[in-house]
Design a protein around this ligand. Structure first.
Ligand SMILES: [Zn+2]
Length: 251
């Protein structure tokens, strides 16, 4: 399908694409007319700044979906939502801390089957030529599950993005350790910040039920360190299908 197929941007939650690729979308570093955001885990009780009781699943879910719609509208990209429940709603995760896990632990979560079904549906209905997946920096269970499900369905099509704000909280050594989960011989591409950072920060404010000042600081720190937003790929054809050219050497 080359450079005519759709570009699927997998977002574990409402806000992940804005965090990790929001600058590149704001500055049209990706071909917006071919991009589609697909947000997988939308049933939520997480709403630290939303003034809703944490038992109000429907209210919190609706608020977060509305934020995601508004972001997509602002950047001019289509968005699709699936209704998988976040860890605190599906059992096996007794606390917020417990949702940060290893790849092995995530691979045993029964919700992985439902995530694979979502990926198969996207593949069948959208026929993507490139799929952006979270790398799962920071180890959020849902980020791992989206990555594992994507890897089982979209072989040879994946470009990984570094999960923010998590990556922005880590020092160089910790981040280098997290990047070791990449497939062997992965290469990086930096989508440079040529003045989009203020626009990105403005777009992140759309998610006001979610984002703390420290998260914004982590986004800024990451953009400064990297010089933009960084993505990784093993298959050159995947990066080529997204219209982004390699600039850096092997990991
Ligand atoms: Zn997330």
């Amino acid at each position: 399908m080359g450079s005519t197929g759709s570009i699927v941007l997998l977002s574990p939650h409402c806000d992940d694409i804005a965090y990790s690729l929001g600058g590149s979308l704001a500055a049209a570093k990706l071909p917006l007319e071919r991009c589609q955001i697909h947000t997988v885990f939308t049933r939520s009780v997480y709403c630290p700044f939303g003034e809703l009781p944490e038992t109000d699943v429907d209210g919190i879910t609706a608020l977060r979906l509305a934020e995601d719609h508004r972001f997509a509208e602002e950047v001019g990209v289509a968005v699709n939502h699936y209704d998988l429940p976040e860890p605190l709603l599906r059992g096996g995760y007794p606390s917020l801390e417990s949702i940060l896990v290893s790849r092995d632990r995530a691979s045993c979560d029964p919700i992985l089957d439902a995530a694979r079904e979502v990926m198969l549906r996207i593949k069948r209905d959208r026929g993507p030529s490139c799929v952006f997946s979270p790398l799962a920096v920071g180890g959020h269970a849902d980020h791992w599950i989206v990555r594992l499900a994507a890897e089982s369905v979209f072989e040879g099509m994946i470009v990984y993005y570094e999960d923010l704000p998590y990556a922005g909280y880590f020092g160089e050594d910790r981040l280098a350790g997290e990047l070791r989960s990449l497939p062997p011989r992965s290469q990086a591409i930096i989508l440079p910040d040529d003045g989009w950072i203020e626009k990105k920060l403005a777009l992140l404010k759309v998610y006001k039920s979610q984002i703390a000042p420290s998260d914004i600081a982590a986004v800024i720190a990451s953009a400064r360190r990297i010089g933009g937003e960084r993505v990784w790929f093993r298959d050159v054809s995947a990066a080529a299908a997204a219209g982004i050219a390699p600039q850096r050497q092997e990991a």
